[in-house]
Design a protein around this ligand. Structure first.
Ligand SMILES: Nc1ncnc2c1ncn2[C@@H]1O[C@H](COP(=O)(O)OP(=O)(O)OP(=O)(O)O)[C@@H](O)[C@H]1O
Ligand SMILES: [Mg+2]
Length: 252
């Protein structure tokens, strides 16, 4: 490959021998992967495969049990603060603050990143527009529907204008319109150079958004490639490839 092109390929995440135990349970089993700057990278796999665990380690929520994990070239064990400042996270579970309104949730979250109040207020309104929640700005979190909470979590993940956005099942529970609208937002973020890592159970989502996917099963990566290459290599659509590689059956 062209040397100039090669030198431009910067890895945002690199893992070597990444392993995670919860007590005796090996949730992530010795995995290696690299995610390049600007890439949209997806983790697919059945419930319990280890996807959320891998994400949690990348965003420095918990340390690996073994192996090396570098984000922006820094070790997650040594520089968690610097790494976290440059990442946005949309978690699988809703952890919005029920004591605050929709708008306040964004403004309060911005404080963790030392963003001044006047800037955070402007950003918060822009983000509410981005996820189509302006009309809900003053309502309490308890009054939001499940899909609205997912969209607010996406907005909150963008408060610090992250270089790397981590999305754990970003469109689970969304109606078809909201799902398409989130896909569109993610495309826009990708166009401006944001690196995206997501998990999904929707093969269409993976096919449409991801440059490459890792299919995980029982803590291991069983395949890693572009959706197109995986389909060419194994035949059939991505769902067929997924079922084949994870040993699952449609009727199971
Ligand atoms: N905090 C925890 N303590 C103990 N075990 C855990 C913990 N979190 C996850 N596990 C276990 O680790 C394994 C991987 O879980 P993980 O949440 O990473 O899976 P996942 O691929 O994200 O699944 P899902 O598709 O259901 O979200 C599972 O066996 C799970 O029961
Ligand atoms: Mg999960």
């Amino acid at each position: 490959m062209d040397m100039i092109l090669l030198s431009k390929m910067v890895n945002i995440v690199t893992t070597k021998g990444l392993t995670k135990y919860y007590g005796d349970l090996k949730a992530v089993d010795n995995i290696d992967f690299e995610i390049a700057k600007g890439e949209c990278f997806g983790f697919l796999g059945p419930n319990g495969a280890g996807k959320t665990t891998v994400m949690g380690i990348i965003y420095c929520f918990m340390p690996p049990s073994a192996g090396e994990v570098k984000v922006f070239g820094m070790d997650v064990n040594k520089n968690p603060g610097e790494i976290k400042a440059r990442i946005g996270v949309m978690p699988q579970e809703d952890n919005l603050d029920p004591d605050f309104s929709v708008l306040e949730n964004l403004i309060v979250y911005a404080r963790y990143f030392d963003i001044p109040k006047k800037d955070s207020s402007k950003t918060a309104w822009e983000l509410l527009d981005f996820v189509e929640l302006r009309q809900k700005a003053d309502v309490n979190i308890k009054e939001l529907s499940g899909g609205m909470k997912r969209r607010l979590l996406l907005a909150r993940a963008l408060v610090n204008n992250p270089e790397l956005l981590i999305l754990d099942e970003p469109t689970t529970g969304l109606d078809p319109h909201s799902r398409l609208s989130v896909w569109e937002k993610l495309r826009q973020l990708k166009l401006k150079g944001t690196t995206l890592i997501l998990t999904t159970h929707y093969m269409e989502e993976a096919e449409r958004l991801c440059d490459r996917v890792a299919i995980m099963d029982s803590g291991r990566i069983v395949a890693i490639d572009s959706p197109n290459n995986l389909m060419k290599m194994h035949g059939g659509n991505l769902e067929k490839v997924y079922l084949k590689l994870t040993g699952r059956r449609l009727e199971a």
